[in-house]
Design a protein around this ligand. Structure first.
Ligand code: NAP
Length: 281
């Protein structure tokens, strides 16, 4: 199952990296997991200057060393307070140095801050012109933010919006998801498996999901992940430090749902019927 990000075709499941690279004792397992994902066909690696204040980018830099850069799709994110004309180029250079690469495929504004959006867009466009990023996008933007962005000069160059989306947080289905489909801007779903149940949804013990997963011969986490991918303009970036989980996540791209299975899920975890504030963590 493929998706198009800035004209590049990539597997719909990528690899998150939050909390990775912080503990030297876990480094080998983390690198093994990322490399298992790349070998199995995942191209997208999502990281950020925020993650371990650069530790995750450094880890990704180590993990990708043996691979051909052009086969990968690297995403990093800039802190809002670094998203100014002066600071963004410096933050970008630091990220590139940690990643050991000379360009990012996609550079995201991590969330909105005090720097005027127009200044950030100009800085991102300048980074694109310099060849240090191929495309830019945003994260944690709701519909009103996206509308404001698209009214700015070059705002329509936004290549993606990365937001929280999982079975326990369906709010974006009411407005943002259809809005982005119409605008042809992909949604990158973060925390697609609700942090392995750590967001408190207790999916693992849910009888309806258990039964469905059993019937489909997959795990509940694969089911959750595949569910986020049932819409054609959504990619998901689950994070795992476990090579087996990584392969399971990639396998989940093969899971398809019948209408009645989706109805069963909807009955248990209803879709939104009114506007909800954008969920974020
Ligand atoms: N833009 C933003 O503001 C933002 C915010 C949050 C996250 N993100 C990005 O999105 C990525 C994913 O979100 P997330 O890390 O919050 O949560 P997540 O991907 O929903 O969940 C990660 C947790 O799930 C477990 N897991 C992964 N695959 C599994 C599987 N197949 N079976 C069982 N457990 C599994 C992992 O543990 P194991 O290591 O044991 O597998 C890990 O503890 C982040 O890493 C980051 O890159 C972006």
């Amino acid at each position: 199952m493929k998706r198009t990000l800035n004209k590049q075709s990539v597997l719909a499941v990528g690899m998150g990296t939050w909390h990775m690279g912080d503990d030297p004792a876990k480094e080998k397992a983390e690198i093994d997991a990322l490399q298992a994902g790349i070998k199995a066909g995942a191209a997208v690696i999502d990281t950020a200057e925020m993650y371990g204040e650069g530790n995750a980018e450094t880890l990704v830099g180590k993990a990708i060393q043996p691979f051909t850069r052009g086969d990968l799709y690297l995403i990093s994110k800039v802190y809002p307070w670094n998203a100014s004309a002066d600071e963004l180029p410096k933050a970008l250079d630091r990220s590139l140095a940690r990643l050991g690469t000379d360009y990012l495929d996609l550079y995201l504004l991590h969330w909105r801050g005090d720097v005027p959006l127009a200044e950030t867009v100009d800085a991102l466009e300048a980074a694109k012109a310099s060849g240090k990023i191929r495309a830019w996008g945003v994260s944690n933007f709701d519909v009103a933010d996206m509308e404001e962005l698209l009214r700015l000069e070059n705002g329509d160059q936004c290549a993606a919006n990365q937001v929280l989306y999982n079975l326990g947080a369906r709010g974006i289905e009411y407005d943002l998801l259809p809005w982005q489909a119409e605008a042809e801007i992909p949604v990158i779903a973060y925390s697609p498996i609700a942090q392995g149940d750590r967001l408190g949804h207790h999916f693992k013990n849910d009888e309806v999901l258990k039964e469905l997963a059993e019937a489909k011969g997959c795990t509940i986490f694969q089911l959750l992940l595949a569910w986020t991918l049932r819409q054609p303009h959504v990619l998901a970036i689950p994070q795992t430090s476990d090579s087996l989980h990584m392969l399971q996540n990639i396998e989940a791209t093969k899971i398809v749902f019948s209408k009645s299975e989706l109805a069963t899920i909807d009955a248990r975890f209803p879709e939104p019927t009114k506007k909800q504030p954008l969920a974020m963590i």
